[in-house]
Design a protein around this ligand. Sequence first.
Ligand SMILES: [Zn+2]
Length: 265
Amino acid sequence: MPELPEVETERERLAARIEGRRIRAARIHDERLTRPEEPTWIAARLEGERVTAVERRGKYLLVRLESGAVLLIHLRMTGGFRYEPATHERAELELDDGTRIAYRDLRRFGTWLLFDPDEAEKHLAIRLGPEPLGSRFTNEFLAGRLAGRRAPVKAAVLDQRTVAGLGNIYADEALWHARIHPLRPAGELAANEVAALRRGIRTALRRGIRRQGADLGNGAYAGGRMQHEFRVYGRAGEPCDRCGTPIQKTRAGGRGTWYCPGCQR
Ligand SMILES: [Zn+2]
């Protein structure tokens, strides 16, 4: 499932091709993509629009249109854009410079929702906390979100209202950077541990963005390099890069969770 670094990589690639261009034609082949709206209605509203910007918020892409409307895209499990013909195409856009952009989604959980001006922000505000790489994601904010919670810290940081854009992979990586055991009750972290967690989250996400995300071999995020540099995710039995202890796998909040029993106490 794409997390912040994979979605940011998709944003950069899409923005480079579509910003400033006009959508000459839009074709949406899968009614699930735009539910509850009709695909033909969404396609008709996109046609003729000029794209002013492509932004990202958490795991969402915001395609801003000249009229002020926003196409809010969530890639979910396997959604993504392709710039050559691809299998499992659910939609395609043709631009005024002749560029053809395909939206591919093997599992079909992705969504395209069209919002009137300002409505997209309202939709996101109730679902997402601040951007973890932005200035509003402070130690005080994170401490407030974790305070009093008995859930494992791993589960707590997967809540998008706590850390927008974090998912299973980068949560494990962040906790390794912070030297915090994933099953520690969230509300029991000391102030210095919350600060380490915030730094760990930012470090893990920045490493992922620099390597253009992780390519986990399902064809969705081809080209990412982060999968070669995971510290713990998916590495059960391999030695920890920091202390040499074999990485262990457990479960936290119903998700497979990897950690180092030597340096994550
Ligand atoms: Zn270790």
